[in-house]
Design a protein around this ligand. Structure first.
Ligand code: ADP
Ligand code: MG
Length: 235
């Protein structure tokens, strides 16, 4: 996929300036940068939740920036997982598929498969209130998996979890990318998260991409002082 000269302002405030990036099919990319640098805005533009003012977004060969979110083959997992509290876990995962008029048997098969991948089969009849934070976050990831997207977008999916759960969910994300065939983009302000999960890291600050590289390249050869300080490279 390709991000082509993307810029974005809110009113008179510019938040993204000329973002350009090529992403290979199946690649796991982390956008890493401090709070407020525009990571969520960029992800929401890819998902179709924010308008694109200048530039284009292609996913595969398809230009998607004029398309509504549901037609982009994208599924997004948010930091605040926002499950429907009155619905069972099964219903939470099936909801988007029902709206998309996916046949009942197909919905059941997809939910069962996602539940198996995430090891949440035993919660399918429970309500979100009966689950821990980590379990709820797995349901939110399951809700994305059942859509069978070409592209997964994760917006700080671990930042609401305590340290032990964060580690576990991080390992699950690493497994997930081996089990589903899809491109993954993770947004995070956490250097360790980016370093341990991503094939390539895109370091952002000050509205721009500062550096793109493998975790080792970024760490060993930071492009500038900001990157060096932010990822904690040795002097
Ligand atoms: P990050 O996810 O990297 O923390 P965001 O993309 O959330 O950054 O925000 C980037 C900048 O855009 C911030 O200064 C934020 O206040 C501003 N911003 C984000 N969304 C809006 C909005 N809907 N209206 C106005 N300003 C916004
Ligand atoms: Mg954000």
């Amino acid at each position: 996929m390709r991000l082509d000269h993307l810029s974005k302002s809110f009113g008179s405030v510019a938040v993204l300036d000329d973002i350009r990036l090529d992403i290979a099919p199946g690649e796991f990319i982390a956008f890493l940068g401090p709070s407020g640098c525009g990571k969520s805005t960029l992800l929401r533009m890819i998902a179709g939740l924010e308008t694109v003012e200048t530039g284009q977004i292609h996913i595969g060969e398809r230009r998607v920036d004029p398309l509504p979110p549901g037609d982009r083959g994208v599924a997004m997992v948010f930091q605040h997982y926002a499950l429907y509290p009155h619905m069972t876990i099964f219903e939470n995962m099936a909801f988007g598929l029902r709206n998309a008029k996916v046949p009942k048997a197909e919905i059941e098969a997809r939910v069962a498969e996602a539940a198996r991948i995430l090891e949440i089969e035993r919660f399918l009849k429970s309500k979100p209130g009966q689950l821990s934070g980590g379990q709820r976050q797995r349901v939110a990831i399951g809700r994305a998996i059942v859509k069978k997207p070409d592209l997964f977008l994760f917006d700080e999916p671990l930042s609401n979890l305590d340290a032990a759960l964060r580690m576990r969910t991080r390992l699950e994300l690493a497994q997930l990318r081996r089990r589903v065939q899809a491109t993954m983009i993770l947004v995070t302000h956490d250097q360790v998260e980016a370093m341990t999960l991503a094939d390539r890291i895109v370091v952002m600050s000050d509205r721009r991409i500062q550096q793109v590289g493998t975790p080792m390249e970024i760490y060993a050869r930071p492009a500038n002082r900001f990157v060096a300080t932010f990822v904690g490279s040795p002097p």
